[in-house]
Design a binder for this molecule. Structure first.
Ligand SMILES: Nc1ncnc2c1ncn2[C@@H]1O[C@H](COP(=O)(O)OP(=O)(O)OP(=O)(O)O)[C@@H](O)[C@H]1O
Length: 218
């Protein structure tokens, strides 16, 4: 069986500056993992590469046996929508749509039937039913974060990648979000990759990979 995620020899540069240099990573289905590393070490860049929002300069990235890094843009978008859920650091909920409609749109973009019962059940699970018809700007930070997690999971992705999902939260809410991520990912058959420099997450997902800042040869 192929690994759920297989990254090999990945190199990415902004201008001439390498952020990732021949980076390798494999992850099996069900093996949740955290991606640690100091600010600026390339966590967000790696997430955008895995999601096919950036193109590597060298190396390859395969999701569930499909090489996303060499696909043309339209097929990359399609693979992302079918197989990957992303909880962005900036959340990126659609401002004009309420929480329910954001989730229905994510189902449609994944090529699935829009299923209001499933959306309602997921919002219940994440403690958001009372905010189902609120627009993103009417949500608290914690509610918006949970709505973004619900949006990431609603199409039952094989891989859910979350970028700093707890860094803005106090201890109580950070623990709540970490538990929700793990419990809902398990219930929906998704595997987690959580980028963070929040040490509190390590208590929940012990398997960690650390990105070290790339040192350029002098
Ligand atoms: N669009 C860009 N153009 C040029 N440099 C960039 C760009 N985006 C990021 N960088 C640089 O690349 C490096 C890695 O950034 P990235 O956002 O991936 O790190 P990070 O580990 O996610 O950081 P943080 O924990 O602060 O979110 C940083 O030095 C950053 O300044």
């Amino acid at each position: 069986m192929p690994h759920l995620l297989e990254i090999s020899g990945l190199t990415f540069r902004y201008g001439g500056q390498a952020v990732l240099d021949r980076f390798d990573l494999t992850q099996d289905a069900g093996a949740h993992r955290v991606l640690l590393g100091p600010s600026g070490s390339g966590k967000t860049t790696l997430i955008h590469l895995i999601a096919g929002l950036l193109t590597p300069h060298e190396g390859s990235i395969a999701i569930d046996g499909e090489t996303i890094s060499t696909l043309p843009p339209a097929r990359r978008d399609d693979l992302r929508r079918r197989k990957i859920g992303v909880v962005f650091q900036t959340l990126r909920l659609v401002a004009a749509l309420d929480v329910t409609s954001n989730l229905l749109l994510a189902q449609r973009l994944a090529g699935q039937r829009q299923d209001r019962t499933e959306v309602k059940a997921l919002l219940d699970e994440l403690g958001l039913s009372h905010r189902a018809h609120a627009r993103p700007r009417e949500l608290s930070q914690g509610e918006a974060q949970r709505a973004a997690i619900a949006r990431g999971l609603v199409a039952r992705p094989r891989l859910l990648i979350a970028d700093e999902p707890t860094s803005a939260l106090d201890d109580h809410n950070a623990e709540r979000v970490a538990r929700l991520l793990i419990d809902t990912a398990n219930a929906h058959g998704s595997t987690l990759l959580v980028a963070t420099h929040d040490a509190r997450i390590k208590a929940f997902i012990p398997d960690a990979v650390t990105l070290a800042p790339v040192r350029e040869a002098a």
